[in-house]
Ligand binder design. Structure first.
Ligand SMILES: [Zn+2]
Length: 203
């Protein structure tokens, strides 16, 4: 099955995305899909005419309609855009023919495929994780019925306020316990004295 012609909106989105990633936003770049007969050279998936002195470039992507149906490597317009953008980085020392040209083209193509491959692998990982359902939330505890005894009378207190009050008790409790013991010791001694006095009086 033949690949569809990418929409201009999609081409522009790829261009903006990869200009940002490749730090080429200071270039004015246009992109368009073209039928092979309208391109400047044959057997070329992409073509980039650029002017380094003006930092302007015009990228043409070969329309996938012109790709052979039995192609071992199906057209990949996004990778072609990245390839053509990378040429802007190589522009100051680009060699137009011979062995050096071939080696530069190989390097540019390898970098383009690697970068697009990394992006797609990252997307695949994000999609995989987004399909995992979130952890099940525990149900909140059932509400207690309102108390009807005398202790429930008066203004309603929120559970939070109640917990804060009881949390203070451990520090206040020892003092409250100690004081009654001291106070009760006095009457006990007085009782004993009174008892002894009464004994001596009665003895
Ligand atoms: Zn190239």
């Amino acid at each position: 099955m033949k690949a569809k012609t990418p929409s201009q909106k999609q081409l522009d989105a790829w261009l903006r995305e990869w200009q940002r990633i490749l730090r080429l936003q200071d270039w004015e770049v246009k992109v368009a899909a073209r039928r092979e007969r309208a391109m400047h050279s044959d057997e070329c998936e992409g073509c980039n005419r650029y002017q380094p002195e003006l930092k302007r470039a015009s990228i043409h992507i070969r329309d996938p309609l012109d790709d052979p149906e039995d192609a071992d490597f199906p057209p990949d317009p996004e990778t072609t855009i990245v390839h053509e953008l990378l040429h802007l980085h190589f522009a100051p020392f680009y060699v137009t023919k011979g062995l050096l040209n071939t080696l530069q083209e190989q390097a540019i193509e390898a970098i383009a495929q690697s970068l697009v491959g990394l992006k797609r692998r990252g997307k695949a990982i994000v999609n995989k994780w987004s399909r995992i359902p979130p952890p099940v939330k525990q149900k909140p505890a059932a509400k207690q019925p309102p108390r009807t005894d005398k202790r429930a009378a008066g203004p309603a207190r929120s559970p939070g306020v109640h917990r804060r009050v009881t949390a203070k008790l451990p520090t206040a409790e020892p003092r409250a316990m100690a004081a009654p013991r001291l106070i009760s010791a006095v009457p006990m001694a007085a009782k004993r004295i009174r008892r002894a006095t009464s004994k001596s009086e009665g003895g």
